[in-house]
Design a protein around this ligand. Structure first.
Ligand SMILES: Cc1ncc(COP(=O)(O)O)c(C=O)c1O
Length: 498
């Protein structure tokens, strides 16, 4: 592809862009249980207008754009109040959960570099359920990971096991509130107490839950749920919590590119910052990973927070909470399906021992619903976490759709039981399990993908409509090989259009 010789007229161009969206998932109205968060038409519209009106402003230099500094300070202030950050605490607005997590890990590593000369091979200790973003941070910042198994029934980490995994090279402990995969909260208070006693930094990943959980707890309190059964404390009210990430572009329902990382002290944030005057240009001082930073996400987030307000968030939380209760009850009543652990919020996973849940996901897709397959996992001591299907309820519209969803899910399970077993046969399974990623060339990866019906063309990947066979094949591979195959697939998708 080359640049058009003459500019294209605005209407034609916008029409073309809309056409590009044609094959995207339809996320509006509660049929897609991942990826998007829908605050309703009015708040969405306000967020979009505000986003566009600040798109060109650049937060790279707050002295040039004081409006953006003001927006950031107000947003971080709102998050600080919401999550009990004491006076003196600070925060940074980032592009998303991953960036917030990268900053928390960089902060911990650099604090150790500055204050603990004995740390030569820094590590961080976390449950296997912690988000992949921490693996990315570990890889980017050369911090080793010490992974701790979680309980096979509750999917919660044992605080003593986490504590026991800390050694003299540990720079950070991590836990989730809740974790994405199963929507289960780690025992944050118990972990915080242990970290506090040791003087160990402790990051709470509240990317997915940090914004909504306080509203959820207030609903419980108002409805007379006993304190012991309410959402437990997970934020800076616990003295051992030293940093926390909260994504506004998830259950804050703000346009994408909006997260906040909060630090208990300015020193912790200073260690996340990057500065450079050692070149011929302007001095760079970046509190976040980005340098040039559009004002769009700041204005979008500020506007959605203000247009919904406290009452708006309480209302959405109530609708999603009620939808969750109805869905959990309905799914548990379907023979063969099992909810994993006791999810605390409006995201959860179900699994099955006698029906292939990846077939169920395909059958639901046929019926117009997107639910998210998650592959099985083997932890560091060999503990097996079964494959499952994840649902994040992300639209107030979900509540009205619960009966239709459950009716379709019941049908999908019946249909899935009739479908052939697509797990690799014993021979292929053994071969995949034993293979190492280094044994596969790019061509072999492509061959493997085409074997299960994946073709890559100009319009992107031609995935087969049914994914169960692919998911089962990936599921049979060791993680490194799965990463190599999916990494190869991703590379083949991103090829310049010529
Ligand atoms: C608990 C948790 N942490 C971190 C992330 C990463 O956030 P992002 O996709 O915004 O980078 C997610 C994303 O779903 C999450 O659920």
């Amino acid at each position: 592809m080359t640049l058009p010789s003459q500019g294209i007229a605005r209407d034609a161009l916008l029409t073309q862009l809309e056409r590009y969206k044609g094959r995207d998932v339809d996320w509006k109205g509660g049929r897609t249980f991942a990826y998007t968060y829908d605050p309703g038409a009015e708040a969405m519209a306000v967020g979009k207008i505000a986003f566009a009106s600040f798109l060109t402003e650049n937060a790279l230099d707050p002295t040039v754009y004081p409006s953006l500094m003001r927006l950031e300070n107000e947003i971080v202030g709102i998050c600080a109040s919401h999550l009990n950050l004491p006076a003196g605490g600070v925060g940074t607005f980032t592009s998303g959960g991953t960036e917030s997590i990268l900053l928390a890990v960089k902060s911990a590593r650099d604090i150790a570099r500055a204050t603990r000369p004995e740390v030569t091979r820094p590590n961080m200790v976390m449950p296997v359920t912690a988000h992949a973003a921490f693996h990315k941070a570990a890889a980017y910042f050369d911090v080793a990971l010490v992974l701790v198994e979680v309980d096979a029934v509750t999917f919660r980490v044992d605080p003593d096991a986490l504590d026991a995994a800390i050694d003299e090279q540990t720079v950070l402990v991590v836990a989730s509130s809740p974790g994405y995969a199963h929507g289960v909260m780690d025992p944050i208070a118990a972990i915080a107490a242990r970290c506090h006693a040791r003087g160990m930094l402790f990051h709470v990943d509240a990317c997915v839950g940090g914004w909504m959980l306080p509203f959820w707890r207030r609903l419980q309190a108002a409805e007379g749920v006993p304190a012991a059964a309410q959402i437990p404390e997970f934020d800076f009210a616990l003295p051992g919590v030293t940093s926390l990430s909260v994504d506004l572009h998830k259950y804050g329902f703000c346009p994408k590119g909006a997260s906040v990382v909060l630090f208990r002290t300015p020193e912790l944030r200073a260690a996340a910052q990057f500065s450079c005057s050692n070149w011929t240009g302007y001095t760079v001082v970046n509190p976040s990973v980005q340098s040039s930073k559009s004002g769009g996400p700041l204005a979008g987030a500020w506007s959605v927070l203000h247009v919904l307000g406290d009452a708006g968030y309480l209302d959405i939380t109530k609708q999603l909470r009620d939808a969750t209760i109805a869905l959990l009850a309905g799914i548990s009543a379907i023979e063969g399906l099992e909810i994993m652990g006791s999810p605390e919020m409006c995201l959860f996973a179900f699994t099955s021992e006698d029906v292939d849940v990846f077939h169920v996901a395909d059958e639901m897709k046929e019926r117009g619903w997107y639910i998210q397959p998650q592959l099985s996992h083997v932890g560091p001591t060999g503990q097996r976490y079964p494959g499952n299907v994840h649902l994040s309820l992300n639209s107030a519209g979900t509540l009205a759709r619960v009966p239709a969803f459950l009716a379709d899910l019941r049908e999908a399970v019946v249909a899935a039981r009739q479908l052939p077993d697509v797990r690799p046969d014993a021979e292929l399974g053994a071969m995949l399990a034993a293979a190492s990623e280094t044994a596969l060339s790019g061509e072999e990866i492509a061959g493997m993908l085409s074997l299960v019906g994946v073709a890559v063309g100009a319009e992107g990947a031609e995935l087969p409509t049914r994914m169960a066979a692919i998911n089962r094949m990936l599921d049979a591979m060791p993680p490194k090989m799965e990463e190599a195959v999916l990494g190869g697939f991703m590379s083949s998708l991103y090829a310049p259009t010529r």
